[in-house]
Design a binder for this molecule. Structure first.
Ligand code: NAG
Ligand code: NAG
Ligand code: NAG
Ligand code: NAG
Ligand code: NAG
Ligand code: NAG
Ligand code: NAG
Ligand code: CA
Ligand code: CA
Length: 582
């Protein structure tokens, strides 16, 4: 199942758009795309593990499967069982990971396309030799595993048991509301699968009228906590309920993020990709991370609420929610994160529908709308044109659509902060010639190599910026800046256009943060704020610094978005401690 796991790992790494499985197949990419990428990463990892631990590749495969959490270990062994004989044979013939995945048949060259290789320098097998292995794999699958392949190309979704990955993938990645939510109020008592990692924990999953963010009315929370903020009961001294005494008219508000993988905080730990760091301990959290789409919203810049307790996600947490809660403890648990990896302004409308907003019953919300890259990243330049990028007109129309929809359901007096797009040109410059975690052991892979491989298979998170073509990078930035201009302008012209919303704009904090960091720490240090595996997203530190920067700008330009300071905070802490935690 290591394979299955890696499949998910690698797939999310490429921030797929909402629906990536079509007709039970992975959809993204060419020449085998995501499945090829997955296979290559898996085989190369096991191959490196064998070397690190002085084992045969099959021994390495076995110890690897054993390291996996029990749930994932069996399918891992199944994969090793199915393809073990082929792998052993090909390794004996000197094959590298690219060769083997071609032999297995998950990587191939589509007509009219380049052949994509992660390690082009060590390729051993010519076309004829590959064809031979592909042929025997198909025969092997048919006669020994009873898998009939109707198509010339095959997919892991075609293989019984291995296709569990496709089901899992669909369940995890196509749902944006909590899985575990008996009363359907869109808040959950459990963490993953869009639960409390994403939205305030439900303190009563048997009643749909009890959830974080609602205005309490049930006798002002005397008998129980109707809004899950941990504040309830009756104070004999004052003759008032605590909710009324501490929270009434304190300008409560929730924090919401609508956005992409930056808002969701995509993070694929390097401990899972560097053979020298890979341990049973580090893999312990893999199932949890997968159920969260490899996102860490609980540590993210908008809705982060806790310090990391995971060795595979180190660094400080800072967030808008944390700070809003600190200003007014009555806002405890009032957060919603509906960001989705890969979302552009076209996709964001569907995540608006996943929000829980009741205009009559809820407190107003501060909505951060951040779509910092995918509008210029989701696609591949054909004929050197930029046609795949969102145009200024489309961005304008999409924003109007999104905000009109938000206005329908948002409680009066809600705020929308539109965050401008990033300039990702620095990524290639900072990382291009550095060694990727996957190439550390043999010192044989730079970020530029990895980016090129992704681009070749068209599974990159961003063709335009993760490219050695400086002109394309600069054009991508230009379009992003043009689209930011549309956002900024719209925030100005439509500031009070929607009766329930006040709209404002700030520039993307990431570039400001990076520039300041380089200024303080030296010109070669920029990479320290980037996710090491995907070489694209801001990492934990980058997220925290970005939160501080967004906050700084809001304090400066729109202090009314933050709400007043609650003078009862000390008292709340005294009476209710951590308010039941998160
Ligand atoms: C490699 O060896 C180390 C140290 O002996 C051990 O902790 C680790 O589990 C081994 N890894 C594999 C894949 O066998
Ligand atoms: C690897 O194992 C072989 C056989 O057990 C042994 O001869 C060799 O010294 C080992 N190499 C390392 C680097 O441990
Ligand atoms: C408040 O009053 C009720 C009934 O009068 C009593 O049962 C309760 O113990 C009192 N609570 C406190 C904290 O004094
Ligand atoms: C490139 O442009 C030509 C002529 O406009 C067109 O026929 C061809 O399909 C285009 N190629 C791609 C990959 O879009
Ligand atoms: C990597 O690229 C940076 C920026 O272009 C440059 O300053 C640095 O010297 C390069 N390092 C190596 C090892 O080539
Ligand atoms: C950005 O806008 C400028 C001014 O309207 C225009 O000249 C330029 O072509 C645009 N660039 C891109 C890449 O969209
Ligand atoms: C915003 O929502 C309110 C309440 O649903 C509605 O009355 C108003 O017409 C909406 N405004 C716009 C511009 O859609
Ligand atoms: Ca619920
Ligand atoms: Ca309460």
């Amino acid at each position: 199942m290591r394979f299955l796991v890696t499949a998910v790992l690698v797939t999310v790494m490429f921030t797929p758009p909402a629906s990536t499985i079509i007709n039970h197949r992975f959809y993204r990419g060419i020449d085998g795309g995501l499945e090829c990428a997955t296979c290559t990463v898996l085989i190369s990892l096991v191959d490196q593990l064998a070397e690190v631990n002085n084992q045969t590749i099959i021994e390495a495969f076995d110890s690897f499967c054993v390291m996996l959490p029990p749930k994932l270990g069996n399918p891992c062994q199944l994969f090793a069982e199915i393809f073990g004989p082929l792998i052993i044979q090909m390794v004996a013939e000197g094959a590298n990971a690219d060769d083997i995945c071609r032999g297995i048949g998950l990587c191939y060259q589509q007509p009219g396309q380049k052949m994509c290789s992660l390690y082009p320098k060590t390729l051993k097998f010519d076309k004829k030799r590959i064809s031979y292995h592909q042929y025997s794999t198909r025969k092997h699958l048919k006669s020994n595993w009873n898998v009939k392949l109707t198509n010339e190309k095959w997919s892991i979704c075609d293989v019984p048991l291995l296709n569990l990955i496709c089901v899992l993938y669909k369940n995890v990645f196509d749902n944006h509301v909590p899985f575990d939510d008996v009363d359907h109020d869109r808040h959950s008592p459990s963490q993953s699968l869009r639960g409390s990692s994403w939205r305030g924990k439900d303190c009563n999953d048997g009643r749909a009228d009890i959830y974080p963010g609602r205005k309490p009315e049930l006798l002002k929370d005397v008998k129980f906590d109707s809004n899950c903020n941990g504040i309830w009961g009756f104070d004999n001294k004052t003759g008032k309920s605590y909710e009324e005494q501490f929270c009434d008219n304190t300008g409560q508000r929730g924090v919401v993020v609508i956005g992409d993988s930056v808002g969701a905080h995509f993070h694929a730990p390097q401990e899972w990709f560097d053979p020298q760091l890979l341990t049973k301990e580090s893999l312990k959290y893999l199932p949890f991370a997968l159920e969260n789409e490899l996102d860490w919203p609980q540590l993210s810049l908008v809705t982060g609420y806790m310090d990391s307790v995971w060795d595979v996600a180190k660094g400080p947490t800072d967030s808008i929610y944390k700070r809003i809660r600190e200003r007014n403890r009555c806002n405890h648990r009032n957060y919603q994160n509906t960001a989705v990896n890969g979302d552009s302004s076209f996709d964001a409308i569907t995540t608006v529908e996943a929000l829980r907003l009741n205009p009559k019953q809820d407190y107003p919300v501060l909505i951060v709308l951040e779509l910092v890259g995918n509008d210029v990243c989701n696609g591949h330049p054909a004929n050197e044109t930029l046609d795949y990028m969102t145009t200024e007109q489309q961005m304008h129309d999409n924003l109007i659509k999104i905000l009109t929809e938000v206005n329908q359901t948002a409680p009066a007096d809600s705020k929308v902060l539109i965050v401008g797009m990033a300039d990702g040109d620095f990524l290639y410059q900072f990382l291009g010639n550095r060694t990727h975690p996957f190439g550390r052991w043999r010192n044989d892979l730079t970020y530029a190599d990895v980016y090129e491989w992704w681009n070749c298979m068209q599974v990159t998170p961003c063709t335009g910026w993760l490219s050695n073509d400086a002109t394309l990078r600069s054009l991508t930035t230009q379009r992003a800046m043009n689209l930011s201009g549309v956002m900024k302008n719209l925030a100005k012209t439509h500031k009070h256009f929607w009766s329930n919303l006040e709209v404002a704009y700030i520039d993307c904090p990431i570039n400001t943060v990076i520039n300041r960091y380089i200024f303080e720490h030296g010109s070669q240090t920029g990479y320290q704020l980037i996710e090491p595996v995907d070489g694209f997203h801001p990492n934990q530190l980058g997220q925290a610094l970005s939160a501080a920067e967004v906050w700084r700008q809001m304090e400066l330009k729109m202090p009314n978005f933050l709400g007043p300071l609650n003078r009862n905070n000390e008292e709340i802490i005294k009476v209710f401690g951590d308010q039941g935690g998160h």
